[in-house]
Design a protein around this ligand. Structure first.
Ligand SMILES: NC(=O)c1ccc[n+]([C@@H]2O[C@H](COP(=O)([O-])OP(=O)(O)OC[C@H]3O[C@@H](n4cnc5c(N)ncnc54)[C@H](OP(=O)(O)O)[C@@H]3O)[C@@H](O)[C@H]2O)c1
Length: 338
């Protein structure tokens, strides 16, 4: 198949390009070329999607202008990008995949939800690209989904990604735990029994997206893994990559809050830790996705891949998410003395 990946140089879209190449497809990746290169073997087309007309101009000179068997778009937070791509490519794409997000759902507290759950009101305009408001992100995804459905709904697959983990994750969320546990000693983990967690290895999601393009699968699916708990997932990471002297110190949320530890991601955070109001985003009913062929590898494999990448990047680097060693020591002191 001839597959066009809008993206292809980082994390999920790169893994999609890799999976497509491994399956023997002819792959073209479109990016600005600032985040890196697509995998060896893929053709590169440079275009800045924030520049109207750039995508059409860049693709006009390609031999592939005659069309693609599948287009896969990961546009992160821009319905205008998605509409423009559809305008340029819809008539010459046999199958279309749009990677959306579980943030599209209106109620993040609802546990066990399916894709029929109500979504946010769409945001059709371009939001501030630097916005980190999950509702803005989710609303832009909803508008993007609607544009895809309106234009190529009969041949479209919409995958609402969950927590995507593994090598190449620029958020440093999951990689924090792999690196921290490999370092050993007393490691702070949130003491939140019953906190649900659900992750998907980037390779599993990418391979499923490529297989779905091959079979021409259509519809809306959540792209995330088996339902579990945060403590179970962290134990699996520890079992896979933890140092022999690793000691998981379970610290109650009250202590973490009083020590200014942030939830979910970012500086001074314990990544993946969610308030109960958001447990639904890590507790989706993925029965339909598994029935449609999504497969997941053991969490330990994801942890090993994440650790390998952490070591390539250098374990002493500044991370986007997690506690520094000093911050963790302060939390441990407060826990012990408090
Ligand atoms: N990470 C998660 O846990 C998670 C969860 C749910 C859903 N998702 C979704 O999963 C997808 C992740 O995609 P991803 O991992 O490939 O990362 P991404 O950051 O969403 O996409 C990056 C790709 O887009 C290209 N790009 C960025 N700006 C561009 C521009 N102005 N013009 C043209 N290309 C541009 C980048 O290359 P250049 O920078 O070189 O241009 C790169 O190839 C997204 O749709 C995201 O919303 C992620």
């Amino acid at each position: 198949m001839r597959i066009l990946v809008l993206g292809g140089t980082v994390f999920l879209s790169r893994a999609i390009a890799e999976a497509a190449l491994a399956a023997g497809h002819v792959v073209t990746c479109v990016s600005r070329g600032v985040s890196g290169a697509p995998p060896p073997g893929a053709a590169t087309v440079k275009a800045d999607r924030s520049d109207p007309g750039a995508l059409a101009a860049a693709l006009a000179g390609e031999p592939s202008a005659r069309g693609f068997d599948a287009v896969i778009d990961v546009a992160t937070m821009s319905a205008p990008w998605v509409r423009e791509a559809l305008g340029v490519l819809a008539d010459r794409a046999a199958h279309w995949t749009f990677v959306s997000s579980i943030n599209a759902y209106a109620d993040p507290s609802l546990r066990g939800g399916t894709v029929d759950q109500p979504t946010l009101a769409p945001l059709h305009e371009q939001p501030d690209p630097d916005s980190d408001d999950p509702d803005v992100y989710g609303a832009a995804k909803v508008a993007s989904e609607q544009a895809v459905r309106a234009r190529v709904g009969d041949r479209a697959l919409i995958v609402r990604g969950g927590l995507i983990c593994g090598a190449g994750d620029l958020s440093d969320r999951f990689g924090y735990w792999a690196e921290r546990f490999a370092r050993g000693g007393r490691a702070v983990v949130p003491d939140v029994p019953g906190h649900p967690m659900q992750i998907i290895d980037v390779r599993d999601l990418a391979e499923w997206i490529v297989r779905s393009a091959e079979t021409g699968a259509t519809g809306v699916f959540d792209g995330t893994g088996s339902r579990s708990t945060l403590s179970r997932v962290l134990e699996q990471v520890a079992d896979a990559v933890g140092a022999t002297d690793l000691d998981l110190v379970r610290v109650p949320p009250e202590t973490l809050v009083s020590e200014d530890v942030a939830i979910w991601a970012g500086p001074r955070s314990l990544p993946l830790w969610l308030p109960e109001s958001h447990w639904g985003i890590a507790d989706r009913d993925v029965t339909a996705s598994f029935a449609a062929g999504l497969g997941t590898r053991p969490v330990g494999e994801t942890a090993r891949a994440a650790l390998e990448r952490e070591r390539e990047l250098g374990t002493a680097r500044d991370r986007r998410s997690g506690l520094t060693a000093d911050e963790e020591r302060a939390v441990l002191r407060a826990h012990t003395t408090g």
